[in-house]
Design a binder for this molecule. Sequence first.
Ligand SMILES: [Zn+2]
Length: 481
Amino acid sequence: MRLTHYLLACGLAITLISCTDEPRPAGPDGEKTPQPPAHPSQGAPGAGDPYYPNDGNGGYDALDYQVKISYDPSDGHLEGDSTLEAKATQKLTRFNLDLRELEVDSVEVDGKPAEFRHTGEFELVITPAEPIDDASEFTTRVRYQGTPGSNAQGGVGQLGWLKTESGASYALGEPHSAAFWYPVNETPRDKATFQLSARVPEGWIAVSGGREKGKATKDGWTTYTWQETNPVASYLTTVAIDKFTIDRSKLSNGVPVLSAYAPGAENMRRVEANLDEVVRFLSKKFGPYPQTAAGGIYLSESIPFALETQGRPSYANWADVRVVVHEYAHQWFGNSVSIKSWSDLCLNECFASYTEWLWHEAKDGADLDELYRGDVSANPPDSQFWANKLHKMGVGKEFDGMYDKSKLAMHALRRKVGDQVFDRVLKEWPEAHRHGNASWPEFERFVSERTDEDLGEFFDAWFRGDERPPDEHLYPGKLRP
Ligand SMILES: [Zn+2]
């Protein structure tokens, strides 16, 4: 995710966004194991994230989603028919999916009707006709309908099913968005492959991540099918419904490109024109491009963020080439290597933000040491800039230091360990955790194993600290004035 610099100025001329400033409760900070179920054979209602303990669920591993939706922009009504293939990680007499606001008509497990009830904010509690054995694979089909919603809880701006005045819709949001439009194990810990068939009235186009698998028109409605064969975290899935202009091409590495421009966003082609150069640059730094598709979804709206939706980032109308660099860095850092908990977000954002500096250095000849010293002196020791933590930052504060302090922290790390080790880490980390999950402490160990230096105090000062690091860590290596 990349925020616009004027994000905090809520209430701009943004039809999609409403700002809520309610304080969020402080959450526990430690790593948690999944919540213990009320009964040993019932799946836990949360996956154990310390900040969002009810997100996701326990008792199974999602393998593949086949999501079918039909959406009418004229009345905002959605009908869904979604099948999840999963593998039980314990015996299950009961398990949950996450689904917000929409109404469930029926649930089948392995083809047999199952009992269900919708409780709390988003827990769909399912009791199959027969218990599911530990380690067995099973399918859950949910038919549902209603008007998909959105909210501003726990993230940036409005999250969920966003609508424009023209009737266009975009399912976007971090940390939450998927459960607003399909039943899901909504946690980045449980990635799965994903296929979407979206049926919209003729004239509208539905775009998603991954590769396009065709379209069919019948009775005035067109169904668009998209397939993501890499595992994808649910907040990185999307559907965008608009009267898009579609461009198709290929990257020089052969990966198919499909870019969609909302009416009025066609001039963003000048931004997308940089894509091949961006991916070539990043592949040289981070290793082979890990996704099956590329491109972009260009909105004509001024939403306050861009999001690295997998293989096809979603951009607001203020995006420029730096934003493309940022969202594509996420295709390695965040999308292929995903976080285990939201307190690990620096694994995504510190890398993507610093990659903007790497691009600036390589393409504009920027002197990053000079930029670094300038940013240090521009932020007095008592400013909020230094108080924002980069690891275990607290619920609701996940993004606070991720776009400015993060760049200095990563640059200081580079000067601390030297270019040779830093460059190795940039390539070897995404390779070691390709299409998996990792935590920030694992990253610290990964770097430490590649140096002779003890980095403990350095990491503490920069990533866990809430004040300006002492001079020995602020000016490592050649940064020393
Ligand atoms: Zn980002």
